[in-house]
Design a binder for this molecule. Structure first.
Ligand SMILES: [Cu+2]
Length: 178
């Protein structure tokens, strides 16, 4: 019984501290409310793919994920009008060889960033209906466990534009259209 009473008083003490902290936090939140609103979601950025010869049947899409929420989220699946089948893939070492493996989901831990990039996680576009042409875009729909459906526009970069996913907007291949 004494232990139960002690536990109860420790709990009460903890609650008291938590209330004080949350009151203080609330004041801070109020000052930065606009900023916090956009920081409490899962953000998808810099979605890109690489141009391929018209004969290519399979392409890949890469992007950056930022989970600003307090819980881990998982990318469960993706689909695109440009491909018959869309799969989530990872690369794994098999001896000295890297090979692609299909994965059921890709986890983004709470308050973490995850980049899908060449040699790592990627979204495989299988049985392409149209060629991937530099300067064009392709539609991609992502399904997350918590964030739900997120539609993104994937920029197709020229194959000699490097592999940096940081600034697809800087791709100058679009000047070719003039
Ligand atoms: Cu793959």
């Amino acid at each position: 019984m004494r232990l139960a009473a002690l536990t109860a008083s420790v709990f009460a003490l903890t609650l008291g501290v938590a209330t004080a902290v949350s009151a203080q936090q609330h004041e801070m939140d109020h000052q930065h409310s606009a900023h916090l609103t956009e920081q409490t979601t899962l953000v998808v950025k810099s979605a890109w793919s690489r141009e391929l010869p018209p004969s290519a049947a399979v392409g890949a899409a890469f992007l950056s994920l930022s989970n600003h929420t307090d819980q881990a989220d998982r990318l469960l699946s993706a689909e695109s009008a440009i491909a018959k089948v869309t799969e989530l893939h990872a690369h794994e070492h098999e001896g000295d060889v890297m090979r692609m493996v299909k994965v059921d989901s890709i986890e983004i831990p709470a308050h973490s960033d995850l980049t899908l990039e060449p040699g790592g996680y990627h979204i495989m576009l299988i049985d392409l209906h149209k060629p991937l042409v530099a300067g064009q875009t392709l539609p991609l729909t992502l399904h997350f466990e918590h964030a739900g459906q997120v539609d993104v526009t994937v920029q197709i970069k020229s194959s000699d534009a490097g592999t940096s996913a940081a600034a697809p907007e800087m791709d100058h291949s679009q000047h070719n259209q003039h």
